[in-house]
Design a protein around this ligand. Structure first.
Ligand code: IPE
Ligand code: IPE
Ligand code: MG
Length: 265
C-alpha cells in the first residue's frame, strides 16, 4: 500500500484488514492509553464501573491480537498517579477489578505465552492487589511470546525522577562517573529497561494528550488518536490502527532518500 495514501478501511472485514497488513512493517512495541470507559458507561446510563468492566474485554482482545501478529511488546496504561485523585469508591472498585482481572486471567496469559510485568509506583496499591501483581509476574516470568507491561500508579515524570535518583546514588557510590551518563545509560534506569521504545501509541476516546505516560520512551513514537471509546476498541479497531501506522513515514529527523556522507553529518 502506498505510503501517505488516505485509505478508508471502514468497509473492510477483519479478514480483509488482516490480509492488508505488511508483516515486515509490524510495530515491535505498542503502547495504549485505554481511555473513555466512564463515558462509555454514562452514554448507556450505567455506573462508570460498568465501562471499566467492559474495557477488560478490549484488553483481552488486544493482547490476543498482539500475540497472533507476533508483536513482541504491549504496554497498557491502566491507572495513572493522577488517577488517585478520583473519588475513593471508584479507586476502590478499580483496585478490586485489577485484582479480579489478574486472578481470573493468569492462566489465559500463561496459555498465550505472555509475560506480565507492572511498572509504576506499585507499592501504593492495596496489599491484596499488589500480591496478585507479584504473583502473576512470578508465574509468567519464564514466558516470552509477548511482553505485557501494565502501568499501574504510573507517572512518566516520577519514573524519570526515580531513575535519576538511583543514578545519582550510583554516582555518589562511585559506580558511575557523571561523564559516563548518556541516553542508553539513563534508559537503563527506567522501568521499561530492556524494551524497545513504542513504535505506536494508541489513545482512545478522542483525547489527544499523553497524560504523563512514557514521557521519555515516546520521543519518536507514531501517535494514533481515535474517538472510539476503550470498551468499543476491539480487534477490528486495532487492525485499523495498525494499518494506519503502516502508512506512516517514519523519518527520525532525516530527509527521506538522502545519501549521507560516511560520517553521517
Ligand atoms: C480510562 O477510562 C480508565 C482509567 C483512567 C482508569 P476513564 O475512567 O478515564 O473514562 P472517561 O475518560 O472518564 O470516559
Ligand atoms: C489516562 O486517562 C490514564 C489512563 C488511561 C490510565 P485519564 O482519563 O486519567 O486522563 P486525563 O485525565 O483525561 O488526562
Ligand atoms: Mg479518561
Amino acid at each position: 500500500m502506498a505510503k501517505g495514501t488516505a485509505t478508508s478501511f471502514e468497509h473492510l472485514t477483519e479478514t480483509e484488514l488482516t490480509a492488508l497488513l505488511d508483516p515486515d512493517l509490524m510495530p515491535r512495541h505498542i503502547a495504549v492509553i485505554m481511555d473513555g470507559n466512564g463515558r462509555w458507561a454514562e452514554l448507556r446510563g450505567l455506573p462508570r464501573m460498568a465501562g471499566h468492566t467492559e474495557g477488560i474485554k478490549s484488553v483481552r482482545e488486544i493482547i490476543t491480537l498482539c500475540r497472533d501478529l507476533g508483536i513482541a511488546a504491549l504496554t497498557i496504561y491502566a491507572f495513572s498517579q493522577e488517577n488517585w485523585k478520583r473519588p475513593i469508591p471508584e479507586i476502590n472498585a478499580l483496585m478490586l477489578l485489577l485484582e479480579h482481572y489478574l486472578q481470573s486471567e493468569m492462566d489465559a496469559l500463561i496459555e498465550k505465552g505472555a509475560r506480565f510485568r507492572a511498572i509504576g509506583r506499585v507499592n501504593s496499591l492495596p496489599p491484596s492487589a499488589l500480591n496478585w501483581v507479584r504473583k502473576v509476574e512470578r508465574e509468567t516470568a519464564h514466558l516470552d511470546k509477548l511482553m505485557l507491561t501494565v502501568a499501574l500508579s504510573y507517572g512518566g515524570r516520577s519514573e524519570i525522577v526515580d531513575a535519576v535518583r538511583r543514578l545519582a546514588q550510583d554516582c555518589k557510590d562511585g559506580k558511575v562517573q557523571p561523564d559516563q551518563i548518556d541516553e542508553p545509560l539513563l534508559e537503563s534506569y527506567l522501568s521499561t529497561q530492556g524494551l524497545p521504545d513504542p513504535d505506536l501509541l494508541i489513545r482512545t476516546s478522542g483525547e489527544a494528550r499523553i497524560s504523563n505516560f512514557l514521557l521519555w520512551q515516546l520521543a519518536y513514537t507514531e501517535m494514533f488518536f481515535t474517538p472510539t471509546l476503550w470498551p468499543d476498541f476491539r480487534r477490528r479497531e486495532a487492525l485499523i490502527a495498525l494499518l494506519e501506522y503502516q502508512q506512516r513515514e517514519r523519518r527520525f529527523g532525516q530527509v527521506p532518500g538522502a545519501v549521507y556522507p560516511p560520517s553521517g553529518l
